[in-house]
Design a protein around this ligand. Sequence first.
Ligand SMILES: C[S@@+](CC[C@H](N)C(=O)[O-])C[C@H]1O[C@@H](n2cnc3c(N)ncnc32)[C@H](O)[C@@H]1O
Length: 481
Amino acid sequence: MNLPASFVDYTRALLGNEEYEKFAVALQQDPPVSIRINNRKWMMNHDDYSLKKVLWASEGYYLDERLTFTFDPLFHAGCYYVQEASSMFVEQILRQYAKEPVIMLDLCAAPGGKSTHLRSILPEGSLLVANEVIRNRSQILAENLTKWGHPDVIVTNNDPSDYLRLPSFFDIILTDVPCSGEGMFRKDPVAIEEWSLENVEICWQRQRRIISDIWASLKPGGILIYSTCTYNTKEDEENVHWIREEFGAELLSLDIPAEWNITGDLLGGEKLPVYHFLPHKTKGEGFFLAALRKTRSDGESILNHDIVKSKNQKKKDKRGGTPSSFLISRENLKIAENWLRKDILDKYVLTTEDTTICAFSRQYQNELAVLKQNLRVIQAGTTVGEVKGKDLIPAHALAMSTSILRQGVFVTEEVTYEQAIFYLRKEAITLSVTAPRGYILLTYRNIPLGFVKNIGNRANNLYPQEWRIRSGYLPEEIKTL
Ligand SMILES: C[S@@+](CC[C@H](N)C(=O)[O-])C[C@H]1O[C@@H](n2cnc3c(N)ncnc32)[C@H](O)[C@@H]1O
């Protein structure tokens, strides 16, 4: 690995000679591979796997080797997410500081590693808003969150400055800011090519702009989690100092076992409670994190003032949903309702937009209305179905949902590995002769994979076209979980 000379000089000076040598050796080694299990969907049988745990993440595991993830149906079904181990440390902040339901924003969220993780560990009853400024990346974020299957998620596609319209809205904000990516050198050679001292300068300034834009959206007493995947102190410690001074924030420390080998403040002088992951000390890539509490009030809560429910909105609430759009019949709304678990019907509201029916948390209807008024909301809750002609077609999100779909409402058909790959490539599937006509939920190893419509001699594949496996070949050696 050919590291830029100015990076070597800077980092050697930062870590000291002896430590830098160990660091440089670690950078030459293969990066560990790690995954995080979606335990709402798939309980990994520990007798079948002997995986080493990621110490700071309840569902994080190291794999001995890289699997052929693209060809693993369980991966597409949202049973696990391939995520770098160090970044799973975000869990510790929530475990120690978020004990009650919260409204949380993940501001720089694509492709969704941390959002899916947050959705697994936020207290029950919390709402997660996952935002990504780059449009096509926000689609990938929405895809990964749909597969993860939690119903209480909103995905937005906005610039951080758009959030200035939502003062004091969030209890917790994660800013996993775009950075110079030094911590990714071992995993991604492009990060080395793109690195320069000039880029570090651009990055720390952009990071401050992002924090300035988002700060007002944090409620007084709320928590900002600031993270990067870089080592230099300009983007890390110096920015944390700046946030503290600029906004009067209080740094929060975490209770961390010494054997995790996490490194603290790399600057001399006052030692801040900040957390560095260095690859020669912790098994993972470079990562930095700090948590700060907002102590001052600098705006008023939008929810107390601006959201005076319109009469119309109140009417909708009473009925338990939006009046059906003229494109959706009462019968189809009834069918959609019948697809949902009975015990969640008082907690979720069916809403309609054009030809689509969605289920969204009743508790957060107001917040959703505010977000829709002010931002570009690309997804909210779970899409239940879409009307085509007279038919209501069950949505893929319904199949992926961990808690909305009523068990037994669709006939299921277990498929083989080969059939599963055919399905995920959106090719035609032939089901067993005993399979009834109509919508059938395919399962692989008893995990829902998606819907087909069985029309007798063949089954129409309802897998989302844009998510299909595009590769036409199967690798010679398939390694799956
Ligand atoms: C480090 S990545 C986020 C990784 C993500 N949190 C995860 O765990 O999967 C930073 C993200 O910030 C986005 N981004 C780039 N420029 C931005 C800006 N000016 N403001 C906000 N986000 C930006 C990038 O598109 C990228 O998706």
